[in-house]
Design a protein around this ligand. Structure first.
Ligand code: FES
Length: 208
């Protein structure tokens, strides 16, 4: 079994903080899997063994959860993960054309990463933004009402600007169209990597 010292001290401290929030250590499994992804870019065998050791469970138990959820990536992904919804609402409003435009501009088919390890494209099931279909996420930050040309612009922008933080509101302003409804609450925090921007796991302000 791999020793936990493979992780940085900062990540281990965050892991201990997360574990302390739960009455049972094993309940911290899912957030620790995100920490493992943040530490190494994706879930490695060593990362999952570290999670198992920290939680006092077996690597097989960790893998049984990690392999069930598509958002836990066990293969390397790019710095920017573009997830294009192709479920029914988005499909009816042009997601096939949108995905094709994103794939073409990124130079990779869905499910693959470009050679620079900058952009991964994937096709996903409903991301809960059906009212603003077709919807796309970059590092799980959502933008609604995206047409194929805006999808291309989004890829070009990621390549050129290489933003440190991906913020949904900024994506919507730059590349979005019709939204499902107005959330009315400005959001200046976003994702710092290809994993969701949960508070203890990687949220940052736009200026940070
Ligand atoms: S069908 Fe695409 S967000 Fe729901």
């Amino acid at each position: 079994m791999t020793a936990p010292h493979r992780w940085s001290e900062e990540t281990l401290a965050r892991a201990r903080d997360l574990i302390a929030r739960y009455p049972e250590r094993r309940s911290a499994l899912m957030p620790l899997l995100y920490l493992a992804m943040a530490e190494e870019g994706h879930l490695t065998e060593a990362g999952m063994e570290t999670v198992a050791e920290l939680l006092g469970i077996t690597p097989a138990q960790v893998l049984s959860v990690a392999s069930f959820y598509t958002m836990y990536k066990r293969e390397p992904v790019g710095r920017y993960l573009i997830s294009c919804c192709t479920s029914i609402s988005c499909h009816l409003l042009g997601s096939d054309e949108l995905l094709a435009a994103i794939e073409d501009e990124a130079g990779v088919p869905a499910g693959e990463t470009d050679p620079d390890r900058l952009i991964t494209v994937e096709s996903v099931e409903c991301i809960g933004a059906c009212g603003g279909a077709p919807a796309v996420q970059v590092n799980y930050e959502t933008v609604e009402g995206v047409d194929p040309e805006a999808g291309r612009e989004l890829v070009r922008w990621l390549r050129k600007a290489r933003p440190e933080v991906i913020v949904a509101d900024e994506l919507q302003t730059l590349f979005g169209g019709r939204t499902g409804f107005d959330w009315a609450i400005p959001d200046d925090e976003g994702a710092v990597g290809p994993y969701p921007a949960f508070g203890p796991l990687g949220t940052a302000g736009r200026e940070s």
